[in-house]
Design a protein around this ligand. Structure first.
Ligand SMILES: Nc1nc2c(c(=O)[nH]1)N[C@@H](CN(C=O)c1ccc(C(=O)N[C@@H](CCC(=O)O)C(=O)O)cc1)CN2
Length: 287
């Protein structure tokens, strides 16, 4: 058997056209959704992702502003900038590109972003909303994974989903989203004993560890849906967390790297920015 490929690029393209229509409607009603991205330092991957965000916003009709700062930018300066953006009613979404330089405390910074403009869904208030099933913002990569599963027609309810990785960016929130969709969820991490005992029972396997080809075919249940979130650069090539060539022979569904989950991350950022513009618009209408 050869797995069906989940084409993230194609799903992202369709979803972005739908978002563009939403933006056109908002503009007709007098609101141009707007995103401000803060980028510190000169990490080439971060610069490339932020360029991708700018390009995607432009194509969707969303205004984007990128505030680029040198590595020496201080935590206090960053907090000050975020506070100014929180007060600026023309800004709907604020995003601080991660990772931050070591001298800046990520938690301090992310907690400063207004939860109503937190299009990354990292603010504690939005994390709480996700846990309680409320209406906050959901982190982009996890949201993109759920969207991909749904649009591909993969049933989540009643399935055993196994997450390998427990980062705040992907592992923890994607597990919570799957739970909210009535999956039975198991989290695995660096201290998990006998990893494959768990992954072999996964109907849906989410690999989000950040270690190239760490999960081999001997850890995959035949027919499983395998979502590879890994974007590991090895000798200039992008490699996932799963051994793709061998796994695709026995899985039911699989995402490639590149061209799988990655394109959905920026797509969901557009979605969250439009959502922020709509919600803030509603608040302004009431005031
Ligand atoms: N504030 C945030 N920082 C970071 C996030 C995030 O969601 N919010 N996620 C990642 C980086 N990221 C977006 O910021 C991101 C990662 C990967 C892709 C993507 O499209 N990947 C492509 C390959 C692109 C390439 O060739 O390099 C793919 O997998 O096909 C987009 C965005 C960390 N920081």
């Amino acid at each position: 058997m050869t797995a069906n490929l989940i084409d993230g690029k194609e799903i992202a393209k369709t979803t972005r056209s739908r978002i563009k229509e939403d933006v056109e409607q908002l503009i007709e009603q007098g609101t141009i959704p707007s995103l401000t991205v803060i980028l510190i330092g000169d990490d080439p991957a971060s610069h490339s992702y932020v360029k991708g965000k700018e390009r995607a916003c432009e194509q969707a009709g969303i205004t984007s502003v990128v505030k680029r700062h040198p590595e020496s930018f201080t935590e206090a300066e960053l907090v000050e900038e975020i506070r100014t953006l929180n007060e600026d009613s023309s800004v709907h979404g604020i995003l601080v590109q991660l990772p931050l330089p070591k001298h800046i405390d990520e938690t301090v910074v992310l907690d400063e972003i207004s939860p109503h403009k937190d299009v990354d869904g990292f603010h504690p208030e939005n994390v709480g909303q996700l846990l309680s099933g409320g209406e906050g913002f959901v982190p982009c990569t996890p949201l993109g994974i759920i969207e991909m599963l749904k649009l591909t027609g993969i049933e989540i309810e009643g399935k055993h989903a196994v997450i390998v990785g427990r980062s705040n960016l992907v592992g923890k929130p994607v597990g919570q989203l799957l739970l909210n969709e009535n999956a039975t969820v198991t989290y695995c991490h660096s201290k998990t004993k006998d990893l494959y005992k768990h992954t072999l029972d996964a109907d849906i396997l989410i690999a989000a560890v950040g270690r190239p080809q760490m999960i081999g075919v001997e850890g995959i249940k035949p027919g499983a849906c395998v979502i590879d979130v890994g974007v590991n650069r090895v000798d200039g090539k992008l490699i996932g967390d799963v051994q793709f060539d061998e796994t695709k022979e026995i899985a039911g569904w699989i995402t490639p790297v590149p061209g799988g989950v990655g394109p959905m991350t920026i797509t969901m950022l557009l979605h969250n920015t439009v959502l922020a513009a709509k919600r803030l618009g509603r608040c302004n209408d009431r005031s």
